[in-house]
Design a protein around this ligand. Structure first.
Ligand SMILES: NS(=O)(=O)c1ccc(NCc2ccco2)cc1
Ligand SMILES: [Zn+2]
Length: 244
């Protein structure tokens, strides 16, 4: 009889840095050496918005260091690749990270890769310091209005001069921990930076998310009702906070 593989192979000892997690704010360790996030953004780098079937991405030109993230918990400069959202089948759930047991209706992920050490996003994703993802809850109408034309999987169209700053709160205090991609291939390559300021998102905007279809033109329409992963075990990790 061969060895039995645990149902969720993330329990095996080589998958102990998975994401998302429940952040118990009272257990987070204030680290005075954490710097403020430095977010440099050039609106001319936004390229297109695309329905990937399980979510939609706003994608950027990441052929040079035009829109970059540095400082914060990071030791390198990270280049902006894309941002996307996670949501639920109702306003009661949807976020991936959970704060003191509280689930939010949706979560934005702004995905950067370490262009100082690695040649490409795909290469960076194979290393523990390869990616940095900012998690935040915020939505502006321009994105949801664009979803109307992205209804079916595979659809995309140009999305230029987008001002990313509209997605971020003024207060950039954050929790940070080492974790993974929250979808396949679940690589443990992400320095997570979860903003402490959650900005409300309207129910109408969430409804438009759920209106996105994961089917193509010729199939029976199936909406992307939810695409958030359950929280994972913290194991030996400590979450640090940029604010006392
Ligand atoms: N939800 S997320 O921010 O953790 C996230 C971000 C990016 C990918 N990309 C998937 C991928 C392909 C090759 C390497 O990586 C998957 C998940
Ligand atoms: Zn994500």
């Amino acid at each position: 009889m061969g060895a039995t593989v645990s149902q969720d192979d993330n329990d095996s000892d080589c998958h102990t840095h998975q994401s998302p997690i429940n952040i118990w704010t009272k257990m987070a360790l204030y680290d005075p050496f954490l710097k403020p996030l430095k977010i440099q953004y050039d609106p001319t780098t936004s390229r297109k918005i695309v329905n990937l079937g399980h979510c939609f991405n706003v994608e950027f030109d990441d052929t040079s260091d035009m829109s970059v993230l540095s400082d914060g918990p990071l030791n390198s400069r990270y280049r902006l690749r894309q941002f996307h959202f996670h949501w639920g089948s109702s306003d009661k759930d949807g976020s991936e990270h959970v704060i003191d047991g509280n689930v939010y209706p949706a979560e934005l992920h702004i995905v950067y890769w370490n262009s100082q050490k690695y040649e490409s996003f795909e290469e960076a994703a194979k290393h523990p310091d390869g990616l940095a993802v900012i998690g935040v809850l915020k939505l502006t109408n321009r994105i949801t209005l664009n979803l109307v034309s992205l209804l079916i999987q595979g659809k995309e169209h140009s999305f230029t001069k987008y001002n990313l700053a509209r997605l971020l709160p003024n207060d950039l205090d954050y929790w940070t921990y080492h974790g993974s991609l929250t979808t396949e291939p679940y690589f443990e390559c992400v320095t997570w930076i979860v903003l402490q300021r959650a900005i409300p998102i309207s129910s109408a905007q969430l409804t438009r998310f759920r209106g996105l279809l994961c089917t193509s033109e010729y199939e029976k329409p199936v909406p992307i009702m939810e695409n958030h992963r359950p929280v994972q075990l913290l194991h030996d990790r400590v979450v640090r906070s940029s604010r006392l």
